[in-house]
Design a protein around this ligand. Sequence first.
Ligand code: DON
Length: 329
Amino acid sequence: MPSLNGGDVQQAVDAAYMKFRALDEGRNADYIPVLADADPDLFGIAVVTAEGSVHAAGDVKTEVSIQSISKVFTMAQVIQEQGLESVEKRVGVDATGARFNSIIAVEAIRTVVGAGAPEMNPLVNPGAIATTSMVLGASADEAWNKILGFHSAAAARQLGIMAEVYKSESDTNQRNQAVGALMLAYGYIKSNWQQAVDLYTRQCSIGVNARDLGVMAATLAFAGRNPVTGSQVIDASRVPGVLAVMATAGLYDDSGKWLYHTGLPAKSGVGGGIIAVSPGKFGIAVVSPPLDGAGNSVRAQRAIAAISNALGGNPFAQPAIDTPAPLVR
Ligand code: DON
């Protein structure tokens, strides 16, 4: 596949930045109190190409918490360590069609499909907490160091926790604790749900900027090889499974709408980041905290769709076509 022209990429990034810079839609998440304090004007775009070139606009240095985007990399880590079937058998790889923190989805699956049925996925909270519980380690700290190390390898930089986010989320994550206990009761988590919820809360508190997320997206776009460091973070054979779950469940219950308009596997986080992957072409990330009603960054959706259109990023479109960005609600 011919690599993209760097000038074209930068032009698309700059155009999207100028077009959406003044957009004033959406609201910061506030159910984790500290997220309400993020700067709503923060807006950074990073596109990373096969050569590891980073094409950026806006603020790509200020950190936000990675939140649910971490679910992709912990899923990838478990798949890397234990095989594609591990997550499929324990958690499932099917969209729930419910909100990311739904407890009803867990109950409905049990009632409709059967006890312990692996009919959810690692990108909704119940599945994510169960997936985090699968990271092998003799102690919580050993598992944590592996999780942080894996995220850092994908980002090409040593990442760390945003302590105030971890505290704020730990103080208010009673719902996730209930989910963790339920997942143990139903056999998706084998032991120590409290540790799983704490590790999940830590991974959601990892600080990342738009550049980090762009490199992480590019690691997925280029068959698991980080194009900046050249290191193989995930086996190429494991990447399509990861992208498939992103495609079906990456933008909450708006995942189908997003895919319909862009064709790009993606994942959002309530900190305001979205990553998206055009396999073999580019990885892209945008950070902008105000979210739409579904919980996805408004500017990020718009900017990613515009840049992907300009670069022919939709893998379903042969030849490339121009599609409108999804409607936000
Ligand atoms: O569990 C939570 O509520 C947050 N730590 C993550 C939220 C998030 O980004 C949801 N994404 N699917």
